[in-house]
Design a protein around this ligand. Structure first.
Ligand code: SF4
Length: 434
């Protein structure tokens, strides 16, 4: 165990929040898994019963990293969060990029498992010696950028940060966990699980290097991988130049671009919101996660609103699926979701569902497709305020309460993303196994 394993550190950090205790545990089965997701699910499976309530203190929340994290391997900054989803009530894993994973693994751990709940809002600070619990009273209620800025001021610019926004605090069933560099665990509502545990943020401050058995061989394999990425037009040009929104025109041309709450599968307005249009109008800067040459991440300036993205799925859910094709409006919706800690896909899809319910006379309150008012609704969802409270549990519960469950575009409670399975039938199978 330990350094001789290479890639893996051989240790997991088990944190009992209720009694502020932390234990390092050797994990003998690491070689059975390629990376973070398998490891995270295995740890969850060992620690929770199948019927556990996601909001029970006993429900584990696990962040897990892979053996390549911290090396030069392309895209190896990605990592997993695993818990029970309050949206689907199933074991759920979400995936995130950014730089957090490298800094967390540098604390000498392959995973962090949180169980129990803190008595008051807390920040967990993890370094190579263990964990300390700091008060988050001054941060509770802050949005994600404000929280990240305050934490960087307190703990230093070089730390890694995971945080929830007001949506996670208010247990919105599709709230996110965000990194300080604004990559996000978007799906499944794991931000609400973190909020239930009274954890506003996790700060990591590790400095250990991931050890490698054969540096020369790893360098050779990584060079070959980069050449493959360069040879592929999607990873060398499409995603780099136009971002993930390059998919708008491709998917629309294929006739599988859902819009107006999946009532249609194609639009003649795709050019208004395409990756090409974003690059030519609002793109400010390209960025990349740890060890990634693809650089699909971007900063945009839409009418003076500086934000990240919008990514393809966010753009679709907060735009065409709601009958909106105004790029500036979509960019603002996207920023609000990211700042408040809401999953852009479920948020947009749930609002789209409410719009169709409204148009069909099944809801007494709300807006119709293409109407102004989205931004106000997004804020209300995050704070569970008035009409927003009925949307904060996702489209399945909303449509069932309105007596029209067939108008929620979801599988097992999770809203489908931006590929219409009526045309992309293989995608339908992927949705079915959510
Ligand atoms: S920059 Fe894009 S492609 Fe690269 S790891 Fe991050 S999300 Fe993935």
């Amino acid at each position: 165990m330990g350094e001789s394993m290479h890639g893996w550190t051989g240790r997991l950090l088990d944190i009992s929040l209720s009694d502020k205790a932390a234990t390092y545990i050797d994990t003998p089965f690491l070689y059975d898994y390629i990376g973070g997701r398998g490891l995270g699910v295995r740890l969850f499976y060992e620690r929770a019963s199948q019927s556990i309530n996601p909001f029970s203190p006993k429900c584990p929340l696990i962040f897990s990293f892979g053996p390549l994290t911290g090396t030069i391997a392309p895209t190896s900054g990605r990592f997993s969060a695993v818990s029970k989803s309050p949206l689907t009530n199933t074991i759920f894993d979400a995936n995130c990029g950014g730089f957090f994973a490298g800094k967390a693994k540098a604390c000498g751990i392959d995973a962090v498992c949180l169980i129990g709940s803190c008595q008051s809002p807390s920040v967990l600070v993890i370094d190579e010696n263990g964990v300390t619990f700091d008060s988050a009273k001054m941060l509770w209620g802050c949005d994600i950028p404000t929280t990240a800025t305050k934490l960087k001021t307190k703990y230093g610019k070089g730390v890694g940060i995971l945080t929830i926004g007001p949506a996670g605090e208010n247990k919105v069933l599709f709230s996110t966990i965000s990194t300080d560099d604004f990559r996000v665990f978007g799906r499944g509502g794991l931000g609400a699980v973190m909020g239930t545990k009274n954890i506003k943020a996790i700060v990591v401050k590790g400095k250990r290097r991931t050890t490698v058995a054969d540096k020369e061989q790893l360098k050779f394999v990584c060079d070959q991988s980069r050449k493959l990425l360069e040879a592929n037009p999607i990873t060398s040009i499409g995603l780099k130049v136009f971002g993930t929104a390059i998919l708008v025109n491709i998917i629309n041309t294929m006739g599988i671009f859902p819009n107006y709450n999946y009532q249609y599968s194609q639009t003649d307005k795709a050019d208004m919101i395409s990756g090409e249009t974003i690059t030519n109008t609002i793109l400010k800067k390209r960025k990349a996660c740890l060890a990634c040459s693809i650089q699909c991440d971007r900063t945009t300036n839409a009418n003076g609103v500086i934000s990240r993205g919008p990514e393809y799925e966010s753009l679709w859910a907060l735009g065409p699926d709601c009958g909106i094709f105004d790029l500036n409006h979509i960019a603002m919706s996207n920023k609000l979701c990211n700042d408040l800690g809401l999953d852009t896909i479920t948020c947009g899809s749930t609002i789209a569902c409410s719009m169709e319910l409204c148009e069909k006379g099944c809801l007494s309150e709300g807006i119709r497709f293409g109407e102004k008012g989205m931004h106000d609704i997004i804020r209300k969802i995050a704070y569970r305020d008035g009409f927003g409270d009925s949307l904060a549990n996702g489209s399945k519960r909303l449509a069932e309460a309105a007596g029209r469950p067939e108008l929620a575009m979801q599988v097992k409670g999770l809203e489908m993303p931006a590929y219409d399975p009526r045309g992309a039938q293989g995608m339908g199978l992927a949705y079915a196994r959510i």
